[in-house]
Design a protein around this ligand. Sequence first.
Ligand code: G3P
Length: 218
Amino acid sequence: MKIFLDTADLDEIRRAAEARLIDGVTTNPSLLAKSAGDREPVEVFMEISRLVDGPISAEVVATDTEGMVTEGEKLAALHENIVVKVPLTEAGLRACRTLSDREIRTNVTLCFSAVQALLAAKAGATYISPFVGRLDDVGHDGMEVLAEIRDLYDTYGYDTEILAASLRHPRHVLEAMKVGADVATLPPKVLYQLMHHPLTESGLATFLSDWEGLGRAL
Ligand code: G3P
């Protein structure tokens, strides 16, 4: 399973990219609003493209098909790694089909059901982004929707990749792996939570104190 970082924070992206922990980046308008500061959004996307050699999702903000296609073409022209993110609306699905026909990669976002994911696949989406945490927030089972999408895509042979989004904790990541998501996009906090385990920390402390007792150097 590939790991993308779900942020527009350049310091966080630099840190994870330098450690080679991530295969790509996803952003959305809210993440841009939080992290762009004085930079133009396109500058942020360009800078991310310099930091990460992998797919970088950049989202349109127009709500009509024509506007989405225009914005999408502009974003895709910034760098070959840019993937155009469009919302799962009728206009978004039409834009997805047009962009896909023009060989521009797409990520259909704000997906909350398997039947929505079916339409995105039929529109030629490169990625579908089901929002697991937001479904859990309203009392639904986000992971069950992810599993339904996996079954549906496997049954009918769609090659749209399932990008598990809105993952809030390591358990979500584990479940997304078990269900067979192609990609998990993680906020930085969750990425670093994955590497911690109390037994690793206590085990290392014991190794180091035993080694100190030996009184030698490597
Ligand atoms: O990028 C989309 C998604 O991952 C958002 O997550 O936590 O705002 O629901 P969240």
